[in-house]
Design a protein around this ligand. Sequence first.
Ligand SMILES: *[C@@H]1O[C@H](CO)[C@@H](O)[C@H](O)[C@H]1NC(C)=O
Ligand SMILES: *[C@@H]1O[C@H](CO)[C@@H](O)[C@H](O)[C@H]1NC(C)=O
Ligand SMILES: *[C@@H]1O[C@H](CO)[C@@H](O)[C@H](O)[C@H]1NC(C)=O
Ligand SMILES: *[C@@H]1O[C@H](CO)[C@@H](O)[C@H](O)[C@H]1NC(C)=O
Ligand SMILES: *[C@@H]1O[C@H](CO)[C@@H](O)[C@H](O)[C@H]1NC(C)=O
Length: 260
Amino acid sequence: MQSRMMSLIWAGCVSILIGWVLTQDQPHWPTAETSLPCNWTCMLLTLQWPGSFCLGIDNKNICRIPQNIDYWTIHGLWPLHARNCCRCWPIFHSHLQELEPEISQLWPSLIKSRSYFAFWKDEWFKHGTCAACVENMGSAPHYFRTALKLRMLFEFDSLLAIAGIKPSCNVSYKYDEVHDALGPLLGDNYVLQCITDVKEREAWVQLKIFVSKNVTLGCKKEEMMQTFKSSNTTTGHPCPKNATIFYFPINYEHPKEPCS
Ligand SMILES: *[C@@H]1O[C@H](CO)[C@@H](O)[C@H](O)[C@H]1NC(C)=O
Ligand SMILES: *[C@@H]1O[C@H](CO)[C@@H](O)[C@H](O)[C@H]1NC(C)=O
Ligand SMILES: *[C@@H]1O[C@H](CO)[C@@H](O)[C@H](O)[C@H]1NC(C)=O
Ligand SMILES: *[C@@H]1O[C@H](CO)[C@@H](O)[C@H](O)[C@H]1NC(C)=O
Ligand SMILES: *[C@@H]1O[C@H](CO)[C@@H](O)[C@H](O)[C@H]1NC(C)=O
């Protein structure tokens, strides 16, 4: 698994970096929209663990996990306190053609009825159009490429494996073990998101990484504290520091019952 991920990442990096250079010249924030708010300062790169994804959604019959996915995938790149900035800026599938090999691997839809492109389109309207006031994200292809670059930069799957934190139904991990494994790469600039399953187990479902507006790791302390406090939603909460955390394996046949 790791070697496949690594070669994907390597191939992805090369093509993305080449694309990055070639397309750097033309971010095109529509001139009529210059009054859209660009006063956000911090983003969340939200990654999801397919093994527990289904536990976090209401209708548990609608998930699917493609067989080739056995790593953390992207949920989105979200400027904080800014949403749905503009319906005026359409996105077409052809915009993402060049990125398609990487984006399909790293940013799949895990909902049966929702096509990959439908997922990307929603993310673009909800979050991308707010991010797009920044040069590196100044168009749909720029926005998605930046998210892919960040995902590859934060390649923590292998750090977990090295630390012995492997998906399992019968072994759980202390919060500090996970924290120690992620520390060298991410410092304290993240939130572990858990969901409580029917057996009252805390299942690790998301990793939210703080990224500043200038696309570097970390945000202002206050912004991170505030987000941490407001991360208690129906689809998850910050993993409790005093509980043990389950990292469920992916169950492709029964994604809604990874460890029942
Ligand atoms: C940005 O400005 C808008 C409108 O003035 C305001 O509603 C919003 O809260 C501001 N966002 C941030 C992150 O300051
Ligand atoms: C944990 O479960 C696996 C199968 O998922 C099994 O092979 C292993 O023996 C179990 N370990 C313990 C300590 O029960
Ligand atoms: C990016 O922004 C953060 C927070 O505003 C700042 O601390 C950091 O120095 C900036 N980095 C670069 C490379 O500009
Ligand atoms: C999170 O919200 C639930 C109800 O929505 C509540 O029962 C729980 O105590 C909250 N947890 C924290 C840490 O605030
Ligand atoms: C963890 O701490 C919270 C309060 O901070 C408490 O409500 C909860 O019962 C504790 N859980 C465990 C497993 O000790």
